[in-house]
Write a protein that binds this ligand. Structure first.
Ligand SMILES: Cc1ncc(COP(=O)(O)O)c(C=O)c1O
Length: 402
């Protein structure tokens, strides 16, 4: 019999796969834990502080009473897939057959990982704009892809055409898009998406697009899904989700849309990862997707107001906010304050901010492949209740004066 491994070796992670060793824990979820320890106001992990629409809650109660307690069909309840098909036709202009092209997943997080697992082979290159939502890094690693990063530069988060062109090549399998974008709040314009689409066609690769903030737009910004551009329907996986739009991040409901051949692969990955999304909540999701147009008008107005509240405090506090065009995040340049505080980097800044002033944000470095690029940045979300934003704002003003 082999001697058993010493406990400390096991604790050191001897059994961890190379994949699991290649990325750390989520910085965002880590900041939430730190915030809870200090009893602070959490403007780090971006979830709505408001309640879901009452009719959606009522639909969930009804579904629970109505016997939806066992597995639903792996790729999603027929009613929810039908509601998604109607919604994406209406809002995005995407024609999706619910029978063959829509997969309901446990959040956009799972939709992205299942999609990457379905289309990426080890060594395939995946173009990623940076800064990027931190899940895409581990997602690319889990699927064996090799990320090629394209910088979006402050203050307007444009890319340099030669850097975008250079990121694509014969080894490219996919580009990951996110519009409206977390953490910058950039909304990709139709013209920008046309440029990316042209590269996808030229290099015969896919676009995997995370559009979870599609309804949270400011001013005259419009949301464009790359799938509707010429020649893109067959080479796009469109990911959308219910978490943010309906304030139900804990329900874990999202979808991936792609042509049947791609959907088949996504559905297999989804099946063996999760079997399916929560059955009763899927039924309630139908009510959410069928809310009237006024719901989305209010959503926009609410977020515009919240954006204004936090931007005003951040400006007055000297945090140099970069106003977002969409989503509910604000990146701030903290260089000046950090220097005055004498902290060594953005992580130390975020720790001091929550420990001494009771406000949690996300260190900018967590959104970059090269942490050095984000050392002067911090991200706050403004999805909290107005009174919470005012409370946080007062604390930020104190922090700015310290
Ligand atoms: C860009 C982006 N995609 C996906 C998610 C997660 O979505 P879900 O709750 O549907 O997994 C987030 C959450 O912060 C996000 O910012």
């Amino acid at each position: 019999m082999q001697p058993s491994k010493p406990a400390d070796e096991i604790r050191r992670g001897r059994f961890l796969s190379q994949k699991a060793s290649r990325f750390g824990e989520s910085v965002i979820r880590g900041m939430t834990r730190l915030c809870n320890q200090h009893g602070g106001i959490n403007l780090s992990q971006g979830f709505p502080g408001t309640d879901p629409p009452p009719e959606v809650l009522e639909a969930a109660h009804q579904a629970l009473r109505g016997g939806y307690h066992q597995y639903s069909i792996t790729w999603g309840s027929p009613r929810l897939r039908q509601a998604v098909a109607e919604k994406v036709k209406r809002y995005n202009g995407i024609a999706a057959d619910p029978e063959t092209m829509i997969t309901i997943t446990c959040g956009a997080t799972e939709a992205m990982v299942a999609s990457l697992l379905a289309v990426i082979d080890p060594g395939d290159e995946v173009v990623v704009f940076e800064p990027f939502y931190e899940n895409y890094g581990p997602g690319a690693i889990i699927s064996g892809g090799r990320p090629r990063f394209v910088p979006l530069r402050a203050p307007d988060f444009q890319w340099k055409p030669h850097e975008l062109e250079a990121a694509f090549g014969p080894g490219t399998r996919a580009v990951i898009l996110n519009t409206p974008h977390n953490p910058t709040g950039k909304v990709f314009s139709r013209r920008e998406l046309e440029t990316i689409a042209e590269l996808c066609r030229r290099w015969d690769c896919l676009a995997i697009t995370d559009e979870i903030y599609e309804h949270i737009l400011y001013g005259e910004r419009e949301h464009v899904s790359i799938a509707v551009l010429p020649g893109m329907a067959e080479r796009t996986i469109t990911i959308g989700g219910l978490s943010k739009t309906y304030a139900i991040t804990g329900w874990r409901l999202a979808y991936a849309i792609a042509v049947p051949e791609l959907s088949l692969g996504i559905r297999k990955m989804h099946d063996f990862l999760t079997v399916g999304a929560p059955a009763p909540l899927q039924e309630a999701g139908v009510t959410a997707l069928r809310l009237p147009p006024e719901y989305y008008q209010h959503l926009k107005l609410d977020y515009s107001r919240k954006r204004g509240i936090l931007l005003d405090y951040l400006e007055r506090a000297g945090f140099n906010p970069l106003p977002p065009e969409g989503s509910y995040f604000i990146l701030c340049d903290i260089g000046g304050i950090a220097q005055r505080w004498g902290v060594k980097d953005d992580a130390a800044f975020a720790e001091k901010l929550v420990a001494d002033f009771g406000v949690a944000g996300v260190p900018g470095s967590s959104f970059y492949s090269d942490p050095g690029l984000g050392r002067h940045l911090i991200r706050f979300h403004f999805a909290a209740k107005d009174e919470v934003l005012h409370q946080a704002g007062e604390r930020l003003l104190r922090a700015g004066r310290a």
